[in-house]
Design a protein around this ligand. Sequence first.
Ligand SMILES: NC(=O)c1ccc[n+]([C@@H]2O[C@H](COP(=O)([O-])OP(=O)(O)OC[C@H]3O[C@@H](n4cnc5c(N)ncnc54)[C@H](O)[C@@H]3O)[C@@H](O)[C@H]2O)c1
Ligand SMILES: O=C(O)C[C@H](O)C(=O)O
Ligand SMILES: [Mg+2]
Length: 605
Amino acid sequence: MMWRNIARFSKAAGRTGGSRRCLSTAIPGPCIVHKRGSDILHDPWFNKDTGFPLTERDRLGLRGLLPPRIISFEQQYDRFIESFRSLERNTLGQPDNVVSLAKWRILNRLHDRNETLYYRVLIDNIKDFAPIIYTPTVGLVCQNYSGLYRRPRGMYFSAKDKGEMMSMIYNWPAHQVDMIVITDGSRILGLGDLGVQGIGIPIGKLDMYVAAAGINPQRVLPIMLDVGTNNQKLLQNPLYLGLRQPRLEGDEYLEIIDEFMEAAFTRWPKAVVQFEDFQAKWAFETLDRYRKKFCMFNDDVQGTAGVALAGLLGTVRAQGRPLSDFVNQKIVVVGAGSAGLGVTKTAVQAVARMAGISFAEATKNFYLIDKDGLVTTERSKLDPAVVPFAKNPAEIREGASIVEVVKTVRPHVLLGLSGVGGIFNEEVLKAMRESDSCKPAIFAMSNPTLNAECTAADAFKHAGENIVFGSGSPFENVQLENGNVGHVNQANNMYLFPGIGLGTLLSGARIVTDGMLLAAAECLASYMTDEEVQKGILYPSINNIRHITAEVGAAVLRAAVSDDIVEGHGDVGPRDLSHMSKEETVDYITRNMWFPIYSPLVHEK
Ligand SMILES: NC(=O)c1ccc[n+]([C@@H]2O[C@H](COP(=O)([O-])OP(=O)(O)OC[C@H]3O[C@@H](n4cnc5c(N)ncnc54)[C@H](O)[C@@H]3O)[C@@H](O)[C@H]2O)c1
Ligand SMILES: O=C(O)C[C@H](O)C(=O)O
Ligand SMILES: [Mg+2]
């Protein structure tokens, strides 16, 4: 029976089985509701559909508004999974996009109707459902959002709302908000400027916050800042739901974001804000502008950097070399945008720290390639952000192509964050066979699937069966000709952002420091055993996402304590936090994860 899956999951469960507590037997605390009757049935936070017990139907004025039979949570769960599986059967053979959108629709309808059941099926089936509610299908949803739109979710602040945001923020119905994910839609995955349609990304990221970090779904807030779009197709689409104007630039743009940040932190001073999918110039500018003032971080710059660093360190371990050998790895990064630069800077910092050398010296083994080829000091109009990584053209020529760089450098790692699908073509991958590493690594981190620099199958076929492979979007493992399995790692920031957000929230840290981010990356890097890493498995299975998130959250919290910036959370003060052992911190984090079960609803006027 499908429900057995649920019993197998426990928020207190370890990563490798052992004794697991069945939470369906835990007695849930009451939940205060200020509504009655059909208003409750239409509120997905409280709705239990046919699951309302008789006593509750009486107390809340629901009697007669539902069919008489009471269906248990378990039965509701099984019924949903059965309809999902039957949709899978009925769409067999149809184009991938059609199937993916059909799956997204059925999940989205449940999300809109009954959040408790929605999050339960999501948590229990995260491996199957993450690719639908998150990357890659979320990209397709954003592209088609104006047509798919049925009900609002999250909040929209537009350039037309200037001067009104401080009052508008009080339109949000929840008294408490813990996690906010905000985008301006300017760089949605590798799909470019999708304007207001980018709202799907904060929604998907926050679904992962609920599933992975156990943030209460009543306390999450997806935000779309609509400052216009430069996407001509959208501007010409009569059904486009955003402002029909070009994007604001310069001070006009910053004034809108400033106003939103002031409004959000005035109402919820303890919230954590994650910036997501901003085009590079605004990603860096806003990070610089707010990181010392507000409790915020940029996932594409900072979350991605941590996940990539963990992958790079894992690659060294996979070669059977000591971690200290990281300083000798030659790394080619393709893509010098918000993600590529964030990764390169963090990796160079790690080399500098390990080798005890300056940042400038540590750049020696890094090669940065953008749309104009290898970045060297010869380039005219060099972007200040890439200056530290520009090579001497005497070493390799300015603008050298990827294949030229790979052939000349023979790198240990080739990492793509360019957003350009297939750019690691057969020639590039074959050139990686001449790598100086016994186990070269290829990370095709761009999303969604069609934007990946190469597929997993092509990587193992052309670069060799001994490679380590990671991709931003999920691919199936590859059956190799030598009989082994080519393991596919999902090198996606989903392994870190939930823990960064949760650890920050539960510490009550005023800001997110470099120390907290580094602790998150180190935690992920050391999570896998040597045996697993040697098989090329660098990240945990997504089925263990709550466990890794608890560990990362604890590491982040402890780093915040070390940085002396914690203010505590709820009844737990800074002193309590500082006295917690590592295990106690993990336990504290785990206990604070919300888990979807029906709570008795108590009506209050
Ligand atoms: N796996 C993850 O966790 C993760 C995290 C963040 C971003 N990403 C993905 O990374 C990609 C880039 O994101 P970003 O925010 O850095 O975008 P961006 O627009 O800021 O940067 C893209 C960079 O790629 C370069 N580029 C474009 N065409 C190129 C070409 N033909 N050859 C070489 N370089 C080229 C550009 O010059 C630019 O430097 C997106 O697809 C995004 O989905 C993945
Ligand atoms: O959203 C993702 O899957 C990862 C990343 O944040 C991206 O922008 O591609
Ligand atoms: Mg992103």
